[in-house]
Design a protein around this ligand. Structure first.
Ligand code: SIN
Length: 305
């Protein structure tokens, strides 16, 4: 039997499968998910300095090749989130990643200082939400200098918690952004956030299917893009990668590792298949490792021929 334990930024995860940010929202749901077999870690919904009401409903809708969402970074603000994370951490045994999102560069130090009070195991910087351009302009991670600055601002105030930069695929050269955040001191990279934004239309009513009209695309349709981005990043940087985008089964997860990921994020598949998806994917990976004669996760990392 292969060992699923995975070390990432010096932290041991019981399995390499991590809940991606934005899928689960309430403390009760985080605790329920964290107690499920096979979950390696959980990522909190992105937290901003102030509470945000988010976008009008509907905020997520499925389509034939995945999902489109525009939640609009709905969250209770960092003060409340710190209380919730502290409470959840008392009840779970797996690492917790806190995702933070800033609307101006100057918010990062305060936000990072506040969230560190909840003692998350890692902090993920959401530099890549495609759904709030109207409010904050293009995501920081479309620009190497802004991406680097965001990492530096957080690393300046948070010394003892590893910092992960979450990147957007919506750039000409993701390698350039990856190198910039690594040079700025990021401990890891997560990739990719959702793609787009895209638009879905109800032909009968001629209405956009999302309340915000446009939103980020996720699910099986983005897997090839996610794999290519993770592969590009892995060839460029030495820091580890949390790879995500369209992972639905064990084969997808192994492919993500072959592209260069150490941990694998599971997002839309949870909507489609429920909390049992983590155990299923782990079992599928273990079965496939026997069939494909894969000795360990480490042995397939960045192994594309
Ligand atoms: C949202 O809340 O709109 C999605 C967050 C994200 O894609 O980063």
């Amino acid at each position: 039997m292969h060992n699923l334990k995975t070390c990432f930024c010096g932290i041991t995860f019981p399995t390499p499968l991590i809940l991606a940010s934005g899928i689960v929202h309430t403390p009760a749901a985080f605790m329920a998910l964290a107690s499920q077999k096979g979950v390696g870690g959980i990522t909190w919904k992105s937290i901003s300095l102030k509470p945000r009401a988010g976008h009008p409903l509907p905020v997520v809708t499925p389509y034939s090749a995945g999902f489109i969402n525009s939640v609009g970074l709905k969250n209770p603000g960092v003060k409340q989130a710190v209380k919730e994370i502290r409470e959840v951490k008392k009840h779970i045994k797996i690492p917790l990643l806190a995702s933070i999102v800033a609307f101006q560069m100057s918010e990062f130090p305060q936000l990072a200082t506040e969230i560190a009070k909840a003692a998350p195991d890692l902090i993920e910087l959401n530099l890549s939400c495609p759904n709030v351009d109207d409010e904050i302009g293009r995501p920081f991670s479309t620009d190497p200098l802004l991406s680097a600055l965001a990492v530096q601002e957080v690393k300046r105030v948070v010394k003892h918690i590893p910092v992960i930069a979450k990147l957007t695929p919506n750039v000409v050269d993701i390698k350039e952004i990856a190198k910039a955040v690594e040079n700025a001191g990021a401990d890891a990279i997560s990739a990719i956030n959702t793609v787009g934004p895209g638009l879905l239309i109800d032909a009968k009513t001629r209405k956009a299917k999302l309340g915000n009209k446009i939103g980020g695309i996720s699910g099986p349709s983005i897997k090839p893009l996610a794999l290519r981005c993770v592969w590009d990043i892995a060839k460029t940087v030495k820091i580890p990668i949390l790879g995500m985008g369209g992972v639905n089964n064990g084969e997808d997860a192994l492919e993500m590792m072959m592209a260069g990921a150490t941990l694998v994020g599971i997002g839309s598949a949870v909507f489609g298949k429920g909390f049992g998806i983590f155990d299923q994917i782990n079992q599928q990976m273990l079965d496939l490792m026997k069939i494909y004669e894969i000795a360990s996760f480490a042995s397939i990392k960045l192994s594309i021929k």
